[in-house]
Design a protein around this ligand. Structure first.
Ligand code: HEM
Length: 149
């Protein structure tokens, strides 16, 4: 492992998806306190996404490149920026409004967070391809790993 990116990526994945599920339950069950739990989980998730983007940029600088690898890595990078932007936007909006949103605004924030989670899932899949298919940043995939005799 050449960077700490693989360590940091678990936090936005776990926190943003948890925030989305708790927010869904809060909206469906009408539990005001659960909105607060979802907001703090989302805020931590946004901070964790910033850490993942920061360490991802270091991982990219250290990674070996072919054109094929670069194409997947660039898409993974850009989707990472989209996830971070959406998470910061929704967390910032809710914090700025002191989480006193109308029901309609809550559903809009929910949809934006759900989109961030969906994009993150696809982007994480691309990150997994980088490691396990192309052997970027590790000893798996084409360029190393289990020795075949
Ligand atoms: C929310 C943001 C991000 C998430 C959730 C994320 C997630 C992931 C995941 C799950 C992996 C596979 C790790 C493994 O299986 O060991 C990965 C690998 C990778 N990601 Fe990201 N990533 C994010 C942002 C970025 C950004 C912005 C870049 C580049 C600027 C980047 C560059 C890489 C690279 C180069 C790898 C290959 C492994 C390594 O060298 O560490 N990532 N990412």
């Amino acid at each position: 492992m050449e960077t700490i990116h693989p360590i940091t990526v678990h936090f936005p994945v776990a926190l943003l998806i948890t925030a989305f599920f708790v927010e869904t339950l809060a909206l469906l069950a009408g539990k005001p306190n659960w909105h607060r739990v979802a907001l703090w989980t989302l805020t931590l998730g946004a901070l964790a996404a910033a850490a993942a983007v920061w360490t991802g940029r270091q991982a990219m600088a250290a990674a070996k490149h072919s054109f094929e690898i670069y194409q997947v890595m660039e898409l993974h990078e850009n989707l990472g920026y989209v996830v971070l932007s959406l998470a910061v936007l929704v967390a910032g909006w809710r914090l700025w409004a002191r989480d006193r949103l109308s029901v309609k605004s809550r559903w809009i924030a929910w949809a934006l967070l759900g989109s961030a989670c969906g994009i993150m899932a696809f982007s994480a899949h691309l990150g997994g391809r980088l490691v396990y298919e192309f052997g970027v940043g590790g000893v798996y995939g084409r360029s190393g790993g289990i020795e075949v005799r």
